[in-house]
Design a protein around this ligand. Structure first.
Ligand SMILES: *Cc1c(COP(=O)(O)O)cnc(C)c1O
Length: 376
C-alpha cells in the first residue's frame, strides 16, 4: 500500500536549473535578479501594477495592513472560517478582529454579515478565497466603497482562480499570495504582496526593508521602524520557474477537483462549490457531508488513516480557538463539523484520486445499506 500525500509540490528540471544558477551566480550585484524577475512576471500574470516578494503570505498581509495604517483600537472584519495566518497580523498590529459568518454556497465571508459588523472603528475587510473558492467580490467592494473601507484579498489559496474574468488577488485594494510548500505554486516558504495603488506599494516596499525608503540617499538610514519580510533570491528562482508553469499547475488542480466531483456524484455531500462566472483555483478539494450523514466523518477519517491516505480536517472557526471569544457563527461551526480536506497535488495519479473517492463511497453506501436493513 503506498501512502497518498495531502499536498506535494511539483518540482521540474526548470526549477532545479534556475536554483542552480541563483546559487552559483546570484550574489553581489546579481543578488536581486530573480526577485526582480519574479515581481515583474507576477505583475504581468495577474494584471496588476506593483508587487513585492515576501518571506510569506503572513508577512505580505502584515505589511499591507501596516501600510494601510491599521493599529491600536481599529477593527478588521474577516471570516470566522480561516487559517490563523490571516488574523495574526491583525492582532500584532493591535487591532481587533471581528469574525463574521460564511455563506453556505461559497464557504467564504458573507457580505451581508460584513455590512452588519461595520462600526466607525472598521479599518479593513479581509476576503479569503477559501480552498480556491471565491468570495463575493462585487458585493464586498460595493460595501467597501459605500463606507470607505478597503477590501483586502487573502489569495493564499486562490492562485489561478477567477472572479468574473479577473484573477483572484487583483480585485481588492491589495492582494497577498502564499508560496508555502503546500500551496499550488511554491518557493518553499514565501509570498507576494500585489496592488495597483502606487502609494501603498511604496509604503510596503519601505516597510518590507526595515523602513528604508528607496529614495533615501543616506546609506543604512531607516526613516521608520519597519519589518524584515524579504524573499531570498534563491527562493525567487524557484518562484520564477513555478510561475512559468503556473497555468499547468492550476489546470492539474482543477482536473483533480473535477475528477473527485465526478467520482463522488450522487452522494449526499457537497464538493467545493463555485458561483456562476467564477473558476475555482481548486487548491484543496473538500467534501462537506450532508447533515443527515455527518456522523460518518469519523469513520471516513479512520478509513483514510487505515489506508495511509493523508486527509485532514476543515479549518476550525478562529473564534473557537483559545485566544478568542466564541461567537455565534452557526454556519462556520456547522460546516467544519461535516467537512474533510482531500489529497490533491500535481503529480497525484488518477487512480489515487479514484481510490480516495472509493473509500468515501464505500463508507457512505455501507451505511445506507445498514440503514435500509434497520428500517426496512
Ligand atoms: C497558507 C495561508 C496563509 C499563510 O501563508 P504563509 O505563506 O504560510 O504565511 C494565509 N492565509 C491563508 C488563507 C492560507 O491558506
Amino acid at each position: 500500500m503506498t501512502k497518498i500525500s495531502y499536498t506535494k509540490p511539483s518540482i521540474s528540471e526548470l526549477e532545479i536549473s534556475y536554483v542552480e544558477d541563483a546559487i552559483r551566480n546570484g550574489w553581489g550585484e546579481n543578488c536581486y535578479d530573480y526577485i526582480n524577475k519574479l515581481e515583474k512576471a507576477f505583475c504581468e500574470y495577474l494584471g496588476v501594477n506593483y508587487a513585492v516578494a515576501t518571506s510569506s503570505c503572513t508577512g505580505a498581509l502584515h505589511l499591507g495592513m501596516a501600510a494601510l495604517g491599521i493599529s491600536d483600537g481599529d477593527e478588521v472584519i474577516l471570516a470566522d472560517t480561516n487559517w490563523v495566518a490571516t488574523v495574526s497580523p491583525v492582532v500584532h498590529l493591535g487591532a481587533k478582529p471581528v469574525f463574521v459568518d460564511i455563506c453556505t454556497d461559497t464557504w467564504c465571508i458573507d457580505p451581508k454579515k460584513v455590512e452588519l459588523a461595520i462600526t466607525n472603528k472598521t479599518k479593513a475587510i479581509i476576503a479569503v478565497h477559501l480552498y480556491g473558492n471565491l468570495s463575493e467580490m462585487n458585493e464586498l467592494n460595493a460595501i467597501g466603497e459605500k463606507y470607505g473601507i478597503p477590501v483586502i484579498e487573502d489569495s493564499a489559496e486562490a492562485i489561478g482562480a477567477t472572479y468574473q474574468g479577473k484573477l483572484a488577488g487583483s480585485i481588492g485594494k491589495f492582494g497577498a499570495f502564499s508560496f508555502h510548500g503546500t500551496k499550488t505554486m511554491t518557493t518553499g516558504e514565501g509570498g507576494i504582496f500585489v496592488t495597483d495603488d502606487k502609494l501603498l506599494y511604496e509604503k510596503v516596499l519601505t516597510l518590507s526593508n526595515h523602513g528604508r525608503d528607496r529614495a533615501q540617499p543616506k546609506q543604512f538610514w531607516p526613516d521608520v521602524i519597519g519589518y524584515k519580510y524579504k524573499m531570498s533570491n534563491i527562493q525567487a528562482a524557484i518562484g520564477c520557474a513555478q510561475l512559468e508553469r503556473v497555468n499547468d499547475l492550476v489546470l492539474r488542480k482543477r482536473e483533480i477537483l473535477d475528477l473527485y466531483k465526478s467520482e463522488l456524484a450522487n452522494l449526499p455531500l457537497t464538493i467545493n462549490p463555485v458561483q456562476d462566472g467564477c473558476l475555482s483555483g481548486a487548491w484543496m478539494p473538500n467534501i462537506v457531508l450532508d447533515s443527515s450523514i455527518k456522523y460518518l466523518k469519523v469513520e471516513i477519517m479512520q478509513q483514510f488513516k487505515a489506508r495511509e491516505i493523508d486527509a485532514r480536517v476543515f479549518f476550525h472557526p478562529l473564534s473557537s480557538l483559545p485566544m478568542f471569544d466564541s461567537v455565534g457563527n452557526g454556519i462556520a461551526y456547522d460546516i467544519a463539523n461535516r467537512a474533510i480536506n482531500l489529497p490533491s497535488y500535481h503529480d497525484m495519479g488518477t487512480s489515487d484520486v479514484k481510490l480516495v473517492a472509493q473509500v468515501i463511497r464505500n463508507v457512505i453506501e455501507a451505511d445506507a445499506a445498514r440503514e435500509a436493513e434497520l428500517h426496512g
